[in-house]
Design a protein around this ligand. Structure first.
Ligand code: SME
Length: 163
């Protein structure tokens, strides 16, 4: 059975991401349905990153972002481009690291316990927007440049090799 297993004695964030990235790459297959891959992708990140309280996709339908596969509490179903952290990351095609969501103008509080967040835009190789990957934490300052670097790398693999 496929599983994500990162030993507890690997404590450095960077080292944990390296193992997680390797395991996600072997878990996902181009032969699987897109929804299947996105669903397992969120489960793998949820398994591998202990400080994450919510992880999931918002997908772009040509007009707005809508809730895709995720792990965590129920969430907002639709987000307009330019709204909240997700809509801003999508419209700017920019990864956003938000150390304190209370300080982000227009932050959409799906979960009132969410304190920090990172959103990675997913742009296909033809330049079109696929959606965003959103990770939340109930602690402030959970996400940093290391998360940004590795999540971008894993998302890049997803876009180029799987979708
Ligand atoms: N906080 C996000 C909304 C999505 S939830 O966190 C799952 C935002 O401001 O875009």
């Amino acid at each position: 059975m496929e599983q994500i297993a990162i030993p507890d004695n690997v404590t450095k964030k960077e080292e944990r991401y390296k193992l997680l990235s390797k395991q996600i790459k072997s878990l996902l297959s181009k032969d699987d349905n897109t929804l299947t891959s996105l669903a397992n992708f969120t489960a793998a990140l949820n398994d591998g990153l202990s400080y994450v309280s919510w992880v999931g996709f918002y997908l772009y339908d040509g007009d707005k972002l809508y809730l895709g596969p995720f792990q965590g509490k129920v969430a907002c179903t639709e987000i307009k481009l330019g709204s909240g952290v997700c809509g801003t990351a999508a419209s700017k095609s920019e990864t956003l690291i938000v150390p304190d969501v209370n300080k982000f103008p227009g932050h959409i509080a799906c979960d009132p316990d969410s304190k920090s967040e990172i959103v990675i835009p997913l742009v296909k190789t033809d330049g079109t927007l696929f959606g965003v990957l959103d990770l939340d934490s109930t602690e402030f300052n959970s996400f940093d440049e290391t998360d940004g670097k590795y999540l971008k790398e894993i998302c890049n693999f997803l876009i180029k090799e799987i979708l």
